[in-house]
Ligand binder design. Structure first.
Ligand SMILES: [Zn+2]
Length: 449
């Protein structure tokens, strides 16, 4: 254990080259696989049943020999099946990963593991320009502190003027969020892009440029181009996209010089798969992650349920990272149509937003296989002709079997999670296997950027 911690910190402090990262990953993965086989009942059975050669396991090159594990599988198992022997659950930090399905997975790690993952995030934040002395306003959901999550080290740093932040409740009224921002005068704003966009819109014509916010780091839900534009205009700040999950903390952070995201390659191994096949650069697939620093509750080839587009193997900026081109929501978001196709709702809403600037906010719900409801908050009341145009646009993509009901509203509220769900299907059965053969309209995401 001590050796493993020293190995990690030595690696962390040396600004590793790509070759060093690869050697480090292989070493960590070999140790993790052995650890999981020896001490975690679920993985012992999984590895044995799949005939995995534990002693001969070389590293990342052998990763595909391990079967993928889904969130549903881990949810269905008792803690003693998925925790490593020797870790006392009541002494671990617990975090809850909600997921769109509403089922929660309890993720447990030691305090040191939890801080290690946070250190990878801090390093990436530093690379995009966040400084330790910056004041940060976080527009998120206040989750409270997990019982074993000791806060004194952070408090001590904050008393020295480092890592200071203010939490702003993302469920609060945007005007009160603006008051809090004005009083705190942050250098950096972080949080859910939907909630920050709402704040940006509430600021009206005069915007929030006088606050002097330098950087906005957003994550936790899909960042849409229109959100990016509205935040940039209101704050006059650079927008940086972060892809993180409760299970792994930081997964990827936008390149300081480009739009693709740098994968946190020394914190985890990220694969983008369709079925069991890795996709090519530019193609979309499901995100499967192996955490290299979670030993209390190992997550090996864990399918998060997110969809992403694979980017270049190395970032053109020269960083030693592989890249994700874009993160595109969750597999559960796809709509199953009466003709058997699966389409992502962005295939409907992206052309709609391009053609209809009067739409301020929207939420698209598939209520039946053949019936969608589009809730819209308009900037100005649209004419009946415009509504008809929207319907025709949808019907061109969906076919005539599917009907659309448009409801104009004064406001759309975030969910209890603080996120604005842009789309939701109430009918798609919860498939364990996502059938990529039926998916339509995938290439557009790569071409648009
Ligand atoms: Zn880069």
């Amino acid at each position: 254990m001590t050796r493993s911690v020293l190995d990690l910190w030595r690696h962390f402090l040396q600004h590793p080259s790509r070759g060093e990262i690869e050697t480090f990953r292989d070493r960590r993965l070999r140790a993790l696989v052995r650890h999981a086989h020896a001490r975690v009942p679920y993985y012992r059975d999984l590895f044995d049943e799949s005939g995995l050669d534990i002693e001969g396991f070389r590293g990342v090159a052998d990763l595909e020999r391990i079967p993928v594990t889904t969130r549903q599988t881990l949810q269905s198992l008792a803690p003693d099946q998925i925790l490593a022997r020797g870790y006392e659950p009541s002494r671990l930090v617990q975090r809850w990963s909600s997921g769109s399905s509403g089922q929660k997975l309890t993720v447990r790690r030691t305090w040191l593991e939890d801080r290690t993952l946070a250190a990878f995030r801090k390093r990436a934040e530093h690379e995009v320009g966040v400084r330790p002395r910056d004041r940060m306003a976080r527009v998120t959901l206040e989750r409270g502190v997990s019982p074993n999550d000791a806060q004194w080290p952070l408090k001590m740093l904050q008393s020295l003027g480092l890592f200071r932040y203010l939490s702003i409740d993302c469920l609060a009224d945007p005007t009160s969020a603006i008051e809090s921002l004005r009083a705190y005068r942050p250098d950096v704003v972080g949080g859910f892009p939907g909630a920050i966009t709402r704040v940006a819109e509430a600021a009206g014509e005069e915007g929030l440029r006088d606050l002097g916010v330098r950087l906005i780091v957003v994550g936790g839900e899909t960042l849409r181009p229109e959100m990016r534009r509205r935040m940039e205009t209101a704050f006059g700040a650079r927008i940086v996209e972060k892809y993180g999950t409760i299970e792994f903390d930081l997964v990827a952070m936008q390149c300081p010089q480009g739009e693709q995201l740098h994968v946190c390659d020394d914190g985890l191994i990220l694969e983008i798969l369709r079925g069991s096949e890795a996709v090519e650069t530019g193609a979309q697939g499901e995100v499967v992650v192996t955490g290299l620093h979670s030993w209390a509750m190992p997550l090996i080839r864990y399918r998060i349920g997110d969809v992403a587009t694979k980017g270049l193997a190395r970032c053109p900026c020269g960083a030693p990272s592989s890249t994700i081109h874009s993160v595109g929501g969750r597999t559960l978001d796809y709509f199953a149509l009466p003709d058997g196709r699966l389409i992502h709702p962005f295939a409907l809403t992206t052309p709609m937003l391009d053609a209809h600037p009067w739409i301020r906010q929207y939420q698209l719900t598939q209520e039946r296989t053949d019936h969608l409801v589009l809730r819209v908050v308009p900037w100005d009341a649209p004419s009946p002709g415009l509504l008809e145009e929207v319907k025709q646009q949808y019907s061109k993509i969906l076919g005539s079997e599917v009907t659309l009901d448009i409801r104009l509203l004064d406001e759309l509220r975030p969910e209890a999670s603080g996120k604005f769900r842009l789309s939701q299907s109430l009918v798609r059965p919860h498939h364990d296997e996502f059938d990529w053969e039926r998916v339509e309209d995938l290439a557009s995401d790569w071409e648009r950027r």
